[in-house]
Design a protein around this ligand. Structure first.
Ligand code: GSH
Length: 218
């Protein structure tokens, strides 16, 4: 598997939480991969060429020799099975219960907290900060995220003992607040900052991005 070329298809603005997950997973596995960034605003995801690769016309898509797959969680599972621990760093916890908990968190973060995601979009982490106060629905989501994170992490500073990919995703969700100056309990603020410094996550945060409203030429 290591010798097989891997290409991650992402989006040019590099602020997608789903592309983030796939990128962090690849970095954590310490494998070489190329990145191809599509212009989603320009509709590049709808070309027949990309549709053949992705099936659904969405990023992230991971391509290797003779196979490609989209959906961030499918990519995580594919990488974990094709580059398994202990030969490669683990993306998911070792225990069945730990893996179930990680998958719960990954699934939950993709389907809940919609008001918070609207009020603090991912671009506000990497481009312009949002200073408007949270509306009532977003505040409710914030309270839920803080409660769930506090219960999950306890004193461990990890979703399930050791680091797993759900920690990166949980930190991304909390960063929507932290990066915009919304207060977090100190233990959660420390968690976000520690996660942001993990090399696989820092590599994403440090990627060169186009300026906020720039028109990107191909
Ligand atoms: N559930 C998917 C979500 C992927 C997704 O929403 N990708 C967006 C970019 S953030 C996309 O490709 N949008 C282009 C489109 O739908 O046309 C995952 O986890 O990968």
């Amino acid at each position: 598997m290591t010798a097989r070329p891997l290409t991650l298809f992402g989006e040019r603005r590099l602020d997608s939480p789903f592309v983030f997950t796939a990128f962090v997973a690849l970095k954590e596995k310490h494998v070489r991969f190329d990145t191809r960034l599509l212009d989603l605003a320009g509709g590049e995801q709808r070309t027949p060429e990309f549709a053949r690769r992705s099936l659904t016309g969405r990023v992230p898509t991971l391509e290797t020799e003779g196979f490609s797959v989209s959906e961030s969680l499918a990519i995580v599972e594919y990488l974990e099975e094709t580059l398994p621990p202990p030969a490669y760093p683990a993306l998911l916890p070792a225990s069945i219960e730990g893996r179930a908990r990680a998958r719960q968190v990954l699934g939950w973060l993709r389907t809940d907290l919609t008001a918070l995601r609207r009020a603090r979009p991912s671009e506000s982490i990497f481009f312009e900060r949002v200073t408007t106060p949270l509306d009532a629905a977003a505040q409710k989501d914030k309270d839920k995220l803080v409660r769930v994170s506090t219960e999950l992490l306890g004193s461990e500073q990890a979703v399930s003992g050791a680091w797993c990919i759900a920690d990166a995703d949980l930190a991304f969700a909390l960063m929507r607040l932290h990066a915009n100056g919304d207060s977090l309990p100190p233990v959660l603020a420390r968690y976000v900052e520690a996660q942001w410094q993990r090399p696989c996550v820092a590599a994403w945060a440090e990627l060169a991005r186009p300026a906020s409203n720039a028109v990107i030429s191909s």
